[in-house]
Write a protein that binds this ligand. Structure first.
Ligand SMILES: [Zn+2]
Length: 85
């Protein structure tokens, strides 16, 4: 029995790449088609523009966290000697 794409039915010999899954195979062409479909679905469903999706960059996340780190620094301010007395 020859491996073949579970989606389009092409044999391993007829495709560039056959990727094995748990219950079947998918060829490189079906993967790229599926990818296009996913992209289209994502766009049409939520008007979500993946390319302009606002994702916080690591540096921004760090800056955000730094606010709390600074706050902690203040909380752990060094021991201040009391005024004379
Ligand atoms: Zn296929």
């Amino acid at each position: 029995m020859q491996d073949k794409c579970s989606f389009c039915g092409r044999n391993r010999d007829d495709v560039n790449l056959l990727i094995a899954g748990a219950n079947g195979f998918i060829c490189d062409e079906c993967v790229s088609q599926a990818y296009d479909i996913v992209q289209e679905e994502m766009r049409s469903k939520s008007n979500l523009d993946l390319e302009h999706l606002e994702i916080k960059k690591p540096i921004e996340i760090k800056e955000f966290l730094d606010q709390y780190v600074i706050g902690q620094d203040a909380a752990y301010a060094p021991f201040t000697p009391s005024k004379s007395g």
